[in-house]
Design a binder for this molecule. Structure first.
Ligand SMILES: Cc1cc2nc3c(=O)[nH]c(=O)nc-3n(C[C@H](O)[C@H](O)[C@H](O)COP(=O)(O)O)c2cc1C
Length: 201
């Protein structure tokens, strides 16, 4: 994962410190995070995704723009993220807004993926009902072979790419003995300055 050196703000530096700890300890799926979205009638839903990049702008992941989450994001751009590492006894909670990143950034990411992943993304109708997994896998194999035979690189389809979550609040939670947990909450004020306070566990 790319962690950009442009990060200067306190809560993001703290997040990077924890992510680096999880990465260097080789924790399984150390960059997995839960993202919650809310649909147009206020029903929340959540799922795991993988954090691909973090920089001063926020948290970046890759997904399908037409999936259930993609449709919910289209109607409501407010989201929440949650990370938790059992081994570190740490949790990070984020609330903020989400948008698609530029085509250039999504293209760069797409082009860095193995051919079969790119082909699977092209054929993906994420969150839609399908007839059979065998049929889908056959289609992926067939199209992968076609690209290999033509010696041609696939182009990123418009339905997938990178999302950026811009944080408005970040809470760092650390487990303590006998419920004496530590909770520090950072809120980004209108002047873009982060204000911190401590919360009761
Ligand atoms: C550990 C883990 C990592 C995942 N990473 C991603 C990811 O980076 N992008 C993604 O679109 N789905 C990822 N998924 C699948 C999602 O959890 C989910 O099934 C999919 O995005 C469809 O969600 P939706 O129907 O709510 O849109 C991951 C699942 C797990 C368990």
């Amino acid at each position: 994962m790319l962690i950009h050196s442009d990060i200067t703000s306190e809560p993001l530096l703290r997040v990077v410190e924890i992510l680096n700890k999880a990465m260097t300890r080789n924790l399984v799926d150390w960059n997995a995070m839960n993202i919650a979205t809310v649909n147009s009638v206020g029903q929340p839903s959540s799922r795991m995704v993988l954090l691909k990049k973090i920089d001063e702008r926020g948290f970046v992941f890759y997904s399908n723009f037409k999936s259930k989450k993609g449709k919910e994001i289209d109607s409501n751009n407010l989201v929440a993220l949650n990370f938790w590492w059992r081994e570190l006894k740490e949790q990070i909670r984020v609330e903020g807004s989400i948008k698609k990143l530029s085509s250039k950034e999504s293209d760069d990411y797409f082009n860095s993926r193995p051919l079969q992943s790119r082909v699977a993304a092209i054929l993906s109708r994420q969150s839609e009902e399908i007839e059979s997994y065998d049929k889908l896998n056959d289609e992926i194999k067939k199209l992968t072979r076609e690209f290999e035979n033509k010696n041609e690189e696939p182009v990123r389809p418009e339905h997938c790419g990178l999302y950026l979550v811009s944080p408005k609040t970040i809470e760092i939670w650390k487990e303590g003995d006998f419920r004496t947990h530590f909770r520090e909450k950072f809120i980004k004020k209108d002047n873009n300055v982060w204000q911190s306070s401590f919360l009761s566990p």
